[in-house]
Design a protein around this ligand. Structure first.
Ligand code: FES
Ligand code: FES
Length: 153
């Protein structure tokens, strides 16, 4: 079946069988490999993208469900929250192996776009579904606070 949606600001049409996970289409059909496969069952957050601005797990989002929507991947993020997160991540050297980090960043951008001054509890709640096997959680929390300061100016 042909599915049309907006991807990182561009209209795209993909051919995929009904039931195909969005993650497969992004990585295998469209070559956007920044979005990672971790668990495949919506439990780790490595595959997080934005669907109409909200974070979703692309491993568990069916391609037919993105028809006529807007999808943003790590390759297409932009705006004040995205810029602040990228700057803070680099400054605090958050990344260890890096595998989980595009998903972490997608969740962090959404958090800051909706809550520009999150508390530790807000961060824990928003980021709770993003697992990091390298345990970078302390640096992630610090980087989100730093990104909030950058956005505040
Ligand atoms: S790969 Fe999608 S949540 Fe783990
Ligand atoms: S940085 Fe290695 S899994 Fe998170």
């Amino acid at each position: 079946m042909a599915i049309k949606f907006n991807l990182n600001g561009n209209d795209v049409t993909v051919e995929a069988a009904s039931g195909t996970p969005l993650l497969w289409v992004l990585r295998e059909e469209l070559g956007l490999t920044g979005t990672k496969f971790g668990c495949g069952v919506a439990s780790c957050g490595a595959c997080t993208v934005h669907l109409n601005g909200e974070p979703v797990r692309s491993c568990s989002t069916l391609i037919e469900d993105v028809a006529n929507t807007s999808v943003t991947t790590i390759e297409g993020v932009k705006g004040a929250a995205a810029k602040a997160v990228q700057t803070a991540w680099q400054k605090l050297d958050v990344v260890q192996c890096g595998y989980c980090q595009s998903g972490q960043i997608m969740s962090a951008i959404n958090l800051l776009a909706t809550n520009p001054k999150p508390t530790d509890a807000d961060i824990d709640e928003a980021m709770g579904g993003n697992v990091c096997r390298c345990a970078t959680y302390v640096r992630i929390r610090a980087a989100i606070h730093h990104a909030a300061e950058i956005m505040e100016g």
